[in-house]
Design a protein around this ligand. Sequence first.
Ligand code: EPZ
Length: 455
Amino acid sequence: MTTLLNDTMPAGGRKGGTGETLAIRGGRPLSGRVEVKGAKNLVTKAMVASLLGDTASILHDVPVISDVAVVRSLLEVHGVRVDDGHDQGTLVLDPRDVESAHMEEIDAHAGASRIPILFCGPLLHRLGEAFIPDLGGCRIGDRPIDFHLDALRKFGAVVEKLPSGIRLSAPRGLHGANITLPYPSVGATEQVLLTAVRARGVTELKGAAIEPEIMDLIAVLQKMGAIISYEPNRVLLIEGVDKLSGYEHRAIFDRNEAASWASAALATGGEIFVGGAKQQEMLTFLNVVRKVGGDFDIREDGILFRRGGDLRAVTVETDVHPGFMTDWQQPLIVALTQATGESIVHETVYENRFGFTDALVKMGADITVHPQGLQDGLRRVPRRSLEQAAIITGPTKLTAADITVPDLRGGYSHVIAALTARGESTVRNVGIISRGYEKFFDKLDSLGADFDIVG
Ligand code: EPZ
């Protein structure tokens, strides 16, 4: 388990342990200003894209989070030279000496990350082979990689299953392909983009994900020399080119982190200015904030979120972009425990993403999870068989508890729930939060959270 690598705490000597366990005294509104940097879900992919260039790339606004550290070490294992730039948050990635790495080495550096799967296309182009160890990531469902492997086969890759993972090779190089994704998977779309840009011929991808982070990855690839057009109805056309160069790019802001702090303001009744947040990429989230009775003020340099008055129940359905992101529902649900009435959250992206609510129930929340989704009148038009729903009845007073963080977004919610609850909670396994939230303890501290690091 990674400890919090990115904090400068302590203010007031609070850092008493490894950063895995917090004692949190709740009941105080969180108020103040936090800055969000580049999106984890773009930055890590843009770092992988640097493998495709024949010169160095420069990436700005890189957050200090452990997922970035994992990708950095995976790139280094493959011979990429990664240096910190002159400005804080800038990385220089030089792929001129790329080389193969052993499966065990990749495995040792990959940690819990799923990122190694995205190395396949670039490494097949550069070296003719790639290895993927058994993949980790947050435990929020099966998270298979079938879309990725099917797409790679269509490009001409040979996939070989080994006891410790998967070996891919491209004896005759990779060629363009016609690919239709069964679901607009973010990772599989990135896989196709990172592979098609250097494949011989044209690739047509139907059913592509169109998240803002994907559009930003397309911008990165275009800067490198790729030819990618975005057609109507989730179709991407990629014309393969022989050569790509390095890029210089400032990453899109992290809208997941922005939405998390917004929900923290709603849950605790505080007022948080999220520097770097932008309206366009958050339209769907902002609509929900308004419907739930929250208030926001869009400014040049960020968005101010506050609880407008009493919170009201809402119905929300997670979906692919431009829908309500699955990563936004966990912090929002903490706020919904404080809303009057019955809220419903339908989760349609992952099949197991309400596990974190057990801890909220332990703290006094009234939440019922329907693992098969809701039937009859309450059921939305079914789109995926893995749909589940949570009904949150509020408002309920949360009380302190001893809880253990299960995954990244669920973990953030646990901390916010503890900050909303009366009394002193113990929140364990918080190190995982550093996968996606930069300077998490510092930010909590600057917002006036009352906590100690006790283990
Ligand atoms: C990305 O995961 C993000 N991770 C996730 O963020 C995010 O929740 C998700 O996209 C949806 O927006 C990163 O970018 C690193 P998917 P990804 O492929 O790419 C199924 C966070 O907390 N599927 O769009 O892995 C899959 O099981 C994380 O920041 C297959 O069936 O998501 C899921 O049900 C968590 N076969 C659905 O598609 C496949 O081969 C969507 O997954 C691939 C996916």
